[in-house]
Design a protein around this ligand. Sequence first.
Ligand SMILES: NC(=O)c1ccc[n+]([C@@H]2O[C@H](COP(=O)([O-])OP(=O)(O)OC[C@H]3O[C@@H](n4cnc5c(N)ncnc54)[C@H](OP(=O)(O)O)[C@@H]3O)[C@@H](O)[C@H]2O)c1
Length: 353
Amino acid sequence: MPTAVKSVLPVVLLGCGGVGRYLLRHIVSCRPLHANQGVAIRVVGVADSSSLLVADDVNSSGLDDALLTHLCAAKSAGSPLSSLLGQGNYQLFRNPEARSKVIDAATMLGRTTGLVLVDCSATYDTVNLMKDAVGHGCCIVLANKKPLTGAYEDFQKLVSNFRQIRFESTVGAGLPVIASVTRIVASGDPISRIVGSLSDPRDDLGGMDVARKALILARLLGQQISMDNINVESLYPSELGPDAVSTEDFLESGLEQLDRSMEERVKAASSRGNVLRYVCEIGSKRCQVGLKELPKDSVLGRLRGSDNVVEIYSRCYKSSPLVIQGAGAGNDTTAAGVLADIMDLQDLFQKPA
Ligand SMILES: NC(=O)c1ccc[n+]([C@@H]2O[C@H](COP(=O)([O-])OP(=O)(O)OC[C@H]3O[C@@H](n4cnc5c(N)ncnc54)[C@H](OP(=O)(O)O)[C@@H]3O)[C@@H](O)[C@H]2O)c1
């Protein structure tokens, strides 16, 4: 006998780049699994940087799976959402109207069925939409770190109803870092230190992406700080920064220069039996991001490839920290983390028996 649907979660997705498209594919491919659990995810809208595709009647229907699959293929091929002007039970709005249509959906569904607004964009521009959604009683899920790492007041507003926000994928992609920190904090076990390698330096030579992750963790520990308070060591000197040299010149001669000086540091560390790792360190009062010399056989020293690792020290995890390690990036893994976050909200969408 088929399982009765207990929870229907209407979703509006902001951003259908690498992560957003994987999320839509996961939602479609997990339909049978979710149906067995009595859950249905109804994607009522999808937005990119210029448009919003939204179901005709967000109260009762979503965008169908064939359309979602077609949409992913079109975006993968580089076409904007606005190219999808075919037949179907949906409408397309361009900016700036698209933004007000998202707010309309949040206002209407926030009052009735509820809504999960999912941010898989990579911009700070979504922050007001996310705050509005929270104001209308909607749930929010973020893979995008930027709204959580702007002004402290924005962070406060976004997390003001902590049961209705999930942002696991902002730190360590699918790894349960936020959930672990949140559980330890909730248990009254004071966290004294978090140390982590949370980057793929090839993507983030300036260290800002890791700094954002560190800021999210520091704010979760109750520190009312901003990006300005984080000491960030960039892997390139300012004379090789984007304001000083073009990307072409950087790749042609700048990288070679960087490699030489880095090689010397690596050799010096190795002569002491150590390795260099780019780490973030969050203490009770300070937060910093940069290269650190560590013993080869430490948890961080043994790290290979693009794995992430986080060590959490607290009263209960004092001499033996809680260690979370695994793949910390990738569209598939990140999207899986976002989907798990959405599913984690299902109890808030349960139909009355
Ligand atoms: N990939 C990973 O391994 C990973 C891991 C953890 C977290 N994340 C985070 O996940 C997020 C998404 O990453 P990604 O790799 O998918 O980025 P991406 O490929 O650059 O995609 C970003 C998407 O956001 C859309 N967008 C831009 N401005 C928007 C707006 N104002 N409203 C709605 N949509 C908007 C873009 O539209 P267009 O298509 O029109 O340009 C694009 O579809 C980022 O914040 C990233 O830091 C990624």
